[in-house]
Unconditional design. Structure first.
Length: 364
């Protein structure tokens, strides 16, 4: 019994680490001792499928279904193995059976609707999402996927409604905000589209999908030569959130062309130019940081952080960075480059295997 327990643990460990051949060896020992162990059979089946041995995987799922005809995992997994073999209709039948047992079973729902969406069978996909949401109306991912399906069907208002339901459940969902923005864009409601994309980027300014959609809106407004001052101003503000100052400045300049005497937009332009100047100066700052670290490490074991920052600052006074900004950039640069430097309290310690005994601790 102890040996079987050990083989179960080995099988689980190897399976979780993606070592499928080793997992199969362990699970065979488990199943030989416990022929009705459904969990071992399912994991062993997945392992075979991952190794593209679909026939062996299907055989194991069939054994599970002989023991448990309503096992949704075995039905879904067999469906996936069939789909990998190219037997799409058989796969669909198995996914449907799995969803009849649990309409909200994510794996089967995703597998089934992916097939339907690929075939542009949107109404059938919508039916599956609706059945899942009837059982679990709090499933945010299903509301988002329902909205995506309506959008692909070009039923944009229904897509908007679905995304808003997702946001009622979680107002911080960046994907729902992004998708809502795109649906508004498709409706040519550019003000609402920009607002929604802003919400997405405020939650994650590095979210590339939202940024791509922001560019899409920018290009469309430029194409139609929009004379809407408010839209261009809002575009500039959202590009600032995305830290894309070139596009922010372009949007701001377009707004100024429409209303050249607006005080607020001119102040925004000055702010963007200042921020852009700093971004453009970062390579120079990083070069100064590199030279400073090289210089200090060549003459000492360590240096006070504040001394290093002051040296970098006064090395090039034309760079418009505060001491705190330089300190932040110093730490960022060290992490990015993986430098062999340790922060010890307020001191940077240079760790070098060949330090000379002649070096002395640097004292300002």
């Amino acid at each position: 019994m102890t040996d079987i327990k050990a083989f179960k643990e080995i099988g689980k460990k190897e399976f979780n680490e993606g070592n499928y051949e080793e997992a199969i060896v362990a699970y065979k020992r488990v199943i030989n001792a416990e022929p009705d162990n459904v969990d071992a059979m399912i994991n062993m089946g997945i392992s075979y499928v991952e190794l593209k041995n679909y026939i062996k995987g299907i055989e194991l799922y069939q054994r599970v279904l002989e023991l448990e005809p309503d096992n949704k995992y075995a039905l879904n997994n067999m469906g996936w193995a069939k789909e990998c073999q190219g037997n799409i209709e058989e796969a669909k039948e198995l996914y449907v059976k799995s969803l009849e047992i649990d309409p909200n079973f994510d794996n089967a729902l995703i597998n089934m609707t992916n097939i339907l969406l690929d075939k542009e069978e949107y109404d059938e996909a919508i039916d599956f999402f609706k059945k899942a949401l009837e059982k679990d109306p709090f499933n945010i991912a299903n509301w988002i996927d329902l909205g995506r399906t309506y959008r692909q069907k070009e039923e944009y208002q229904l897509a908007v409604d679905a995304y808003n339901k997702a946001l009622e459940l979680n107002s911080n969902d960046k994907l729902a905000w992004n998708n809502l923005g795109y649906a508004y864009f498709c409706q040519e409601k550019y003000d609402k589209a920009i607002d929604a994309i802003r919400e997405s980027l405020e939650r994650d300014w590095l979210f590339d999908i939202a940024y791509s959609n922001l560019i899409l809106i920018f290009d469309k407004l430029a194409e139609i030569n929009s004379q809407d001052f408010k839209l261009w101003k809002e575009m500039a503000q959202v590009f600032i959130i995305a830290k894309e100052y070139s596009k922010a400045l372009d949007s701001c300049n377009r707004a100024i062309e429409i209303m050249p005497n607006d005080k607020e937009i001119n102040e925004l332009q000055e702010s963007i130019i200042s921020s852009k100047k700093k971004i453009d100066a970062i390579p120079t700052l990083e070069n100064n940081i590199n030279e400073a670290l090289y210089m200090f490490s060549s003459i000492s074991y360590s240096v006070l952080v504040d001394d290093a920052v002051k040296y970098i600052k006064y090395k090039d006074n034309d760079l418009d960075f505060s001491l705190d900004e330089i300190k932040f950039k110093l730490f960022e640069y060290m992490n990015k480059r993986g430098l062999n430097i340790k922060l010890d309290g307020k001191t940077l310690v240079f760790i070098q295997p060949d330090l000379s005994e002649e070096k002395k601790k640097y004292i300002i």
